[in-house]
Design a protein around this ligand. Sequence first.
Ligand code: BTN
Length: 262
Amino acid sequence: MTAHRRISFDNIQNNLSTTMLGRDLYVLDEVTSTFDACEKIGVCHGTVVCAKRQTDGTGRLGRSWESNEGGIYFSLILEPSRYGFDIQLYTLICALGVQRAISEHTACMIKWPNDIVSPDGRKLCGILTKIKLFDSKAGFINVGIGINANNKSFSDDLKYAGSLCDFLGREVDENRLLCSVLSEIEKVLCLSPDSLVKEFAEVCVTVGSRVKIVPAEGEKYAGNAKGISKDGSLMVEKDDGSLVCVNSGEVSVRGIYGENYV
Ligand code: BTN
């Protein structure tokens, strides 16, 4: 891999066009997880903690996140009291920022709520948001973002993972991509909640699709995804005609990973 395209503190600083995000920047060679690294650093609004490798990267739903060299792994700290967004909307804000940035390279869509997928349905990015409470209010949000930029391979069990590099047939500049993601997230943070949800729904492959919902508890069911509600949940019409709002659990979209269910 060409050295200047690899994550580096100097290259990120030279390319950064944001006002706040990433101005307090840490670039580390290896961490267990950027979430752990943030616990040891005095973070503030806009802090970015980026690592070249994670030995214990975490994903949603208790899964691990494979974090070999070539990917971009970072935590972005946001202070929600600065904005008027519902707390659940921060994952959508960041997903839209990443989708906009990756779209500079190739068409891509968001799989609600937090995956960015390539046109052939490969997962290019995942987002996991953790909330740090102060006096029972959300003090900081730690948005953990993993982008499969130049990863060369994935474990056999990660059937649907793909890297941007594999998809494009060329390496991407990790520093420029990270800077573009931060810049887009900063712009999305300036949208109104209504505009955010509208744009998100337009680039969300889940909306308009047949979906299967696997709730954290209870029976799984299928339905048709109708839209995104104001608080960021997925509106699903069940087969009995009732409308439910889904805000957690796993949602699979028929077709993108070869699923076929009635
Ligand atoms: C998912 O399951 O889709 C979410 C994956 C989130 C991975 C990122 S990489 C940076 C941050 N640190 C972690 O340990 N996980 C998140």
